[in-house]
Design a protein around this ligand. Structure first.
Ligand code: SF4
Length: 226
């Protein structure tokens, strides 16, 4: 199977159907980082409320947020669930950000991808999906973000085993796509769109644009259920 061609073709079909998703939905790269931390295990609508509260308090800027304590941040992000833990994670990130890069995103983005990824993974409470979202959407680094939608769609499609790890799936995408930040950016966004709206827990294969692109590129789940 020519995975390279297949993955790109799947992306192109999604792009032509849904248009560029223009991710990440944020006003600044710093807002992307805070949104990436807040969105763990919660829907985006709840993150938006937390982001709005931080903006209304005028603290969604590195210098200002760095000065806030966990107990000052927590009530403002209550809508994002697990808000005490998330306030600690934000505080952990802010301390790292100022210790390592003086709170300057350009400094952080200039860091080598592999080194920066390792450093970010060292922050307590920040996992791979969050780190890769920060790297891709805030720092413009070419790294593919994997989430539950990616795993579900591409295991149904036949590209990944149900037991595949985050690293397995990320490696599959990155080895079979050109190293292209814009492509990684919008492909992940298209996957989220498909997973949220079509390839849901109960998939709506009858309206799925990638169910059968041609004789060679078709969804295994759809083919077997027909
Ligand atoms: S055809 Fe069905 S199972 Fe396959 S990707 Fe589309 S919605 Fe998901």
């Amino acid at each position: 199977m020519e995975a390279n061609t297949n993955l790109l073709t799947i992306y192109e079909v999604l792009l032509s159907k849904y248009n560029n998703q223009n991710w990440w939905p944020a006003d600044t790269p710093f807002e992307v980082i805070i949104g990436a931390i807040l969105t763990q295990n919660v829907s985006w609508i709840n993150v938006e409320k937390a982001i709005k509260n931080l903006k209304d308090e005028d603290i969604l800027e590195p210098e200002k947020l760095h000065k806030k304590e966990v107990d000052e941040i927590a009530p403002l992000i209550r809508s994002s669930r697990f808000y005490n833990e998330k306030a600690k994670k934000i505080k952990n990130f802010m301390n790292f950000f100022f210790d390592e890069y003086n709170g300057n995103l350009s400094n952080m983005s200039r860091e080598d991808l592999v080194i920066l990824r390792q450093k970010l993974l060292g922050i307590k409470g920040i996992g791979e999906e969050t780190v890769d979202s920060i790297l891709l959407y805030a720092c413009n680094k070419p790294i593919f973000v994997v989430d539950a939608y990616t795993k579900r769609i591409f295991s149904r499609y036949g590209f990944a085993k149900d037991t595949a790890s985050y690293q397995d799936i990320q490696k599959f995408f990155m080895e079979n796509l050109p190293q292209d930040t814009e492509l990684y950016n919008d492909f992940h966004a298209q996957i989220v769109h498909l997973g949220k709206n079509i390839c849901k827990t109960l998939p709506q294969c009858n309206i799925c644009p990638v169910r059968e692109i041609n004789d060679k590129i078709k969804c295994r789940y759809y083919s077997e259920k027909r």
